[in-house]
Design a protein around this ligand. Structure first.
Ligand SMILES: *Cc1c(COP(=O)(O)O)cnc(C)c1O
Length: 397
């Protein structure tokens, strides 16, 4: 056996979703006739908007001509896409220049890779519950000790529960990095302008970098809520923002996202260096597809998909709420964060829902210790499946 990175041994048995997959597959093997409805993994189900398909198709044809062929593109992304993205930020008053945008194959990689720029002893804060990628990549990098009861030694956890309205408190101890996700996966909570202002002021005063994950910004419906941390004065020195085409444009299988790193940030040059060394650019047809997301047709079609998913979210919130379940989120984000009935453990509720209702959701404990007692339902499903799932859930509450 070669010498291995022993930090991997600290990782908990499985990444959450493989464990859900394992339990679901085991049940399916024992009950091949079961008609399982998945409201677990946050994967989209509606087909890719036509404006995007057309743009990609045209780009593929171009590549097959002597004039249109392209080899390696710029690692950071083609100017046409970086300009379209910067223009999108400008619509909401956030000043971003195209060369501050780094196009990638998605935000999972970006949010996972960004920690490479921090020192081995950087103190990391995350919310609890949390998108597991932020935590696991820091574990792999050796910034934590062992895991016990769902929490790693060395990480600073900021609880977000019904008691604090799912709004994390500022850390009391000195930290170097904090990951914030708004609209939040898994809780569905969205940070207000005042809350973001508080975080930015604190980061400036305490020399902290905020890694802001805005993968779900397109699902915000309340016009008063900020979509980007760069809508907040002073954020350019202290924040980095991650965005993805995955959820609102249906790109989970196409793959495209981006990071915005302002030039004021010490991480701008570093991220550029890292990106150019370890990444060789997103394919030309995919970048043309992403560009089409910002065309008038593309916007309309993506918005129609977002509206469809958010109508699912409304249906889940109203139906479960009407049955006496305590439901959170689902108003400005595609996740409903429900409290399990009678304080049942979240994995017990998962198993009961799987075996009695043949519905798969995501147990809150998989997102962190403070997720215990909660359960995540995703609005990314076909309407008829949401309706059928709700009928079945109602029977086992
Ligand atoms: C889905 C998701 C992303 C985006 O992932 P991609 O790799 O771009 O598909 C990023 N952050 C969070 C919190 C997510 O749920």
């Amino acid at each position: 056996m070669p010498r291995v990175n022993s930090n991997y041994a600290k990782l908990q048995a499985g990444y959450l979703f493989p464990e859900i997959g394992r339990r679901t597959a085991a049940y399916k093997a024992a009950h091949p006739e079961a008609d399982i409805i998945r409201m677990g993994i946050g994967d989209v189900v509606l087909p890719l908007p036509q404006a995007i398909c057309e743009a990609m198709e045209k780009a593929v044809r171009e590549m097959g001509t002597p004039e249109g062929f392209r080899g390696y593109g710029p690692e950071q992304g083609y100017p046409f896409l970086r300009e379209a993205i910067a223009a999108e930020f400008a619509l909401r008053g956030a000043k971003i220049s195209p060369d501050e945008v780094f196009v990638s194959d998605g935000s999972k990689c970006d949010t996972g890779n960004f920690q490479e720029l921090f020192g081995a002893d950087a103190k990391i804060a995350v919310t609890d519950p949390v998108y597991p990628v932020y935590v696991d990549t820091n574990v792999m990098a050796g910034r934590t000790g062992k895991c016990s009861n769902g929490s790693y030694e060395g990480l600073v956890y900021l609880p977000t529960t019904a008691e604090n309205g799912f709004a994390p408190e500022l850390p009391e101890e000195k930290v170097d990095v904090v990951y914030l996700c708004s609209p939040n996966n898994p809780t569905g909570a969205v940070m207000t302008r005042e809350q973001l202002e508080k975080w930015v002021a604190w980061a400036r005063a305490n020399d902290v970098v905020i890694l802001f994950d805005a993968a779900y910004e397109a699902f915000i419906r309340d016009p008063a809520l900020p979509h980007s941390i760069f809508e907040i004065e002073g954020a350019r020195d202290v924040a980095v923002e991650f965005r993805s085409f995955s959820k609102h444009a249906g790109f989970t299988g196409v793959r495209c996202g981006y990071v915005v790193v302002p030039k004021e940030s010490p991480f701008h040059a570093m991220w550029n260096r890292r990106h150019c060394t370890k990444f060789n650019g997103v394919s030309y047809p995919v970048q043309r597809g992403a560009e089409a997301v910002f065309s008038p047709e593309g916007r309309r079609q993506c918005q129609a998909n977002v509206d469809y998913y958010m109508a699912n979210a409304d249906l889940v919130r109203r139906t479960l709420g009407g049955l006496g379940v305590k439901v959170h989120g689902g108003e400005n984000g595609p996740y409903i964060w429900m409290e399990t009935p009678n304080g049942e453990s979240s994995w017990d509720f998962f198993d009961r829902l799987l075996t009695r209702a043949n519905v798969v959701g995501t147990p809150g404990a998989g997102f962190g210790a403070c997720g215990e007692g909660y359960f995540r339902l995703s609005a990314f499903a076909l309407r008829e499946n949401v309706e059928r799932a709700l009928e079945r859930i109602a029977r086992v509450l």
